[in-house]
Design a protein around this ligand. Structure first.
Ligand SMILES: C[S@@+](CC[C@H](N)C(=O)[O-])C[C@H]1O[C@@H](n2cnc3c(N)ncnc32)[C@H](O)[C@@H]1O
Ligand code: SF4
Length: 461
């Protein structure tokens, strides 16, 4: 049951066989490894080390508010319709910027800036301008910085889009999820087709450099035919990038998903058909499979960076900004330094209390040792380029790859037998079969997952 589709080969049997809960590796170690057992002084020291490295900065701003709850949503959101709540939050966010600007060397160029959510366009234009000015006042934006924002297309008008562009935003992303009215109603997110095309028209007219749209497959009432229409309409919209997420249905973790009845979800076999069709339609329209859930036009910077072996991955997903260290602002945001990941508070009250006390509003931390950093490089290299040269890791970390990873290489043999990758004495290469299962391959290098599995096995015995 195989089908050759450009650089990816779809094999339903293999996808079923390897269908396991595995991290998405937007970071390694994954965010689940962060712990509340930390000393604030260690965070300050990590910032000092980062300042000494003088790496460029990537800044992330989390804007958690949404006007209404989309029932599928797994993001960190606060559903509200209060202008006051957003105003209050914005005041704290600006204070956090002022406080962090005292610790982070603000002469380091900001090469990447992202506003995510929630719904960043929950802010009105005055609020957008205030936040923009605070960032600009305290930090140094590089001339060619990637400046991006996520918006919900339901709540923007032409003026809003043009104002974002004139401030300096050059990349924009919005969720479609599904064009079908029945699916939209079932997930409480009704946005008409006309509206989506209208918003895209404004974005193109405003000349954003790159536009990303999100789709989700596996939503209630979807079937092969309806989702084919969604994919075709999405292609007609002509975005530079398309993310196609697999619906993560976890109602025991996300209460809002209890509004979705399990019986309305497509069966696993139908989901596989949907995925196959989606890949076929997108590749036929010349979108390139970047990795995980992401597709891009061949002239998009992600596709070009992948071609040139320069693609990287961080908490913001695939990126072309390799050496930047990420500093996050706002509720739940994560800062990702070379040797430490730091997550802000998840509860509004804790976040506000910390900002009032003028301390970094940290909830969880992980300090990365050298082994974590080596494994991160191996995992990210595989996720970005489907290939790994052992010599590259050996030269950088002064080790013998085959000795260092003898356990992992032995473990990968069953995946080699299933034709997910090839391993020679000098390199490993993910096959077209293995590309959709890249997380399974990468996870063999995840020592934290291995420890977790050993713990579970010893419990079972
Ligand atoms: C934080 S949202 C930002 C987009 C913006 N708020 C909007 O609604 O258009 C980012 C994306 O995550 C995806 N997403 C949210 N919940 C998901 C879930 N449970 N499973 C898969 N993807 C999900 C959606 O595609 C969504 O567009
Ligand atoms: S999908 Fe976007 S708008 Fe909907 S609840 Fe999630 S963050 Fe908010």
């Amino acid at each position: 049951m195989q089908n050759v589709i450009s650089t990816i080969q779809f094999d339903a049997d293999l996808l079923q066989k390897y269908n396991q809960a595995i991290p998405r590796y937007t970071s390694y170690p994954p965010a689940t490894e962060l712990s509340d057992n930390f000393i604030l002084e260690d965070v300050t020291k990590a910032i000092d080390r980062s300042n000494q490295r003088q790496t460029p900065l990537s800044l992330y701003f989390h804007l958690p508010f949404c006007h209404s709850a989309c029932y599928f949503c797994g993001c960190n959101v606060i559903v509200s319709n209060s202008d006051k709540a957003a105003e209050n939050y914005l005041n704290y966010l600006i204070r956090e910027i002022e406080q962090k600007a005292q610790l982070v060397d603000t002469k380091r160029p900001v090469v990447q800036l992202h506003w995510g959510g929630g719904t960043p366009n929950y802010l009105n234009l005055d609020q957008v301008e205030r936040l923009w000015q605070a960032i600009n006042y305290h930090f140094t934006l590089a001339p060619n910085a990637e400046i991006s924002i996520e918006i919900n297309p339901r709540y923007v008008d032409k003026n809003y889009i043009f104002t974002l562009r004139s401030l300096g935003f050059n990349r924009i992303s919005f969720g479609i999820q599904d064009f079908n009215p029945q699916v939209q109603t079932a997930v409480n997110r009704v946005v008409s087709e006309e509206r989506l095309f209208e918003v895209m028209g404004w974005i193109k007219e405003a000349r954003f450099e790159s536009v990303n749209v999100d789709l989700i497959y596996g939503l209630p009432h979807q079937n092969l035919q309806t989702f084919r229409e969604t994919v075709q309409k999405t292609i007609a919209l002509d975005p530079n990038r398309i993310a196609v997420f697999n619906f993560a249905y976890v109602p025991w973790l996300k209460a809002v998903q209890k509004n979705i009845a399990e019986k309305d979800l497509p069966q696993p076999s139908e989901k596989l058909d949907i995925l196959k069709m989606t890949i076929e339609e997108l590749t036929r329209s010349r979108y390139v499979f970047i990795g995980m859930d992401h597709f891009a036009k061949p002239d998009d910077e992600l596709a070009i960076a992948q071609q040139n072996n320069q693609l990287k991955r961080n908490f913001q997903g695939y990126t072309t900004q390799p050496s930047a260290e990420l500093v996050g602002f706002g509720l739940t945001s994560i800062s990702m330094l070379k040797d430490m990941y730091i997550q802000n508070h998840k509860r509004l009250k804790d976040y506000y209390d910390a900002v009032n006390a003028q301390v970094w509003p940290v909830e969880k931390v992980i300090q990365l040792n050298e082994d974590d950093q080596i494994r991160r490089e191996v995992i990210m290299e595989l996720m970005c380029h489907f290939h790994l040269s052992f010599a590259q890791i050996e030269a950088k970390y002064n080790l013998n790859f085959k000795h260092y990873f003898d356990l992992e290489l032995a473990d990968l043999q069953s995946l080699v037998e299933d034709d997910l990758l090839t391993i020679t004495p000098t390199e490993m290469t993910v096959t077209p079969h293995g590309r959709l299962l890249i997380r399974n391959i990468a996870s063999k290098f995840d020592i934290h997952l291995r420890k977790e599995q050993v713990k579970k096995m010893s419990k079972a015995i």
